[in-house]
Design a protein around this ligand. Structure first.
Ligand code: 5GP
Length: 336
């Protein structure tokens, strides 16, 4: 367990508002409201049973989190605390993702700037490399998505080494992928990488459409048919597997039946381990590796392979990848 905890890890699928643990939310609440306030007591009460979720319940938890991060101060602190928690788990490279929102206090532009500034500060404080994927929420309108995509160029030059790409996410039971294709195409033309939540629920025609559209990485991939998996594999699209998230949301019955096993052993497509929403699902990236070790007999060389695959598919330059590979290889050379 110490070996896994100390292992330098690469996290490619982490939603900001899902990544704060109960303790960290309390810490955030104490900072925002004061630990003796009524708001804080109320917040703490609401956190009982926080990680007890299904897919629908998970989206309710996000609404709860969104209230805490609807102010500049809350969002800035939350970004730094999330980064700190990943750094504590020895994540060497974190690709954080979040959906810019219009709140009472912030426009989408303010929201994005606040997260980017939080990332700059979090990196300074916690010795971790962090980039950002900007999320498009499929449950909202295409106009919302366009608004998000249109603000990105304003930040590209100032935060060029932080903005890495786009994530297509949100409640998979809502919205149609086809409506978002023009806006995603625009992002692609602007040289932004794309990770798509794909086959998270059973919807084979939408999955075909997503694969035909093309993506750089696939989030979840739970309901991919063998043929769809094969196509993604041929395109070298990595599947971001989130074991605990899928089991807790009941899209996968149990760890031992997780599709990670088949993809990893058959090598049908590149595959990586991720947390998704480590706060809401009460997990860490180390814990995801430990679950994979427990249920799929993951060996140390397997762990190294998974980490190096994550580096191969990270949305960063070749120079950064080379540095990350060196850090991982050095660890395994010294420990194995
Ligand atoms: P945020 O973008 O507000 O930082 O993080 C929470 C948001 O990420 C949710 O409201 C949702 O749009 C998206 N999200 C988080 N986890 C999942 C997931 O497991 N599946 C999907 N489809 N979207 C998710």
């Amino acid at each position: 367990n110490i070996f896994v905890h100390e292992m330098p890890k690469v996290e490619l699928h982490a939603h900001l508002n899902g990544s704060l643990s109960v303790n960290t939310i309390q810490e955030l609440g104490a900072k925002l409201y004061g630990s003796k306030s009524e708001e804080f007591t109320h917040l703490s009460e609401q956190l009982t049973n926080f990680d007890n979720v299904d897919l629908g319940g998970c989206f309710e938890k996000f609404d709860f989190m969104h209230k805490l991060t609807s102010t500049r101060r809350g969002l800035h602190l939350a970004t730094i605390l999330a980064i700190r928690d990943f750094a504590k788990d020895n994540v060497a490279y974190l690709e954080l993702r979040t959906t810019p929102k219009n709140t009472e206090e912030m426009s989408k532009k303010d929201y994005l700037e606040c997260v980017l500034e939080g990332i700059v500060r979090g990196k300074e404080l916690h010795n971790i490399l962090v980039t950002l994927l900007i999320s498009i929420d499929r449950s909202q309108s295409v106009a919302e998505a366009e608004e998000t995509i249109n603000i990105i160029p304003k930040f590209r030059s100032r935060y060029n080494n932080i903005i890495a790409g786009i994530d297509f996410s949100g409640n998979p039971n809502k919205g149609n992928f086809s409506d978002f294709k023009p806006v995603l195409e625009k992002a692609r033309e602007d040289n932004l990488k794309l990770s798509v939540h794909c086959a998270e629920i059973h919807n084979p025609s939408e999955v075909d459409e997503m694969i035909e559209f093309g993506m750089d990485r696939c989030g979840h991939g739970t309901f991919l048919t063998d043929q769809q998996l094969h196509k993604l594999g041929k395109q070298k699209v990595a599947i971001e597997c989130c074991l605990t998230s899928n089991v807790k949301c009941s899209t996968v019955a149990k760890y031992s039946e997780h599709h990670f096993r088949n993809i990893f052993t058959s090598e049908s497509a590149p595959v990586v381990l991720c947390t998704d929403d480590c706060g809401i699902f009460n997990t860490t990236l180390s814990n995801e590796f430990l679950m994979a070790k427990k249920y799929f007999a993951l060996s140390k060389p397997d762990m190294m392979k998974l980490s190096l695959t994550a580096v191969d598919h990270a949305f960063v330059s070749e120079n950064v990848k080379r540095d990350l590979r060196r850090i991982i290889e050095r660890y395994f050379d010294s420990e194995c």
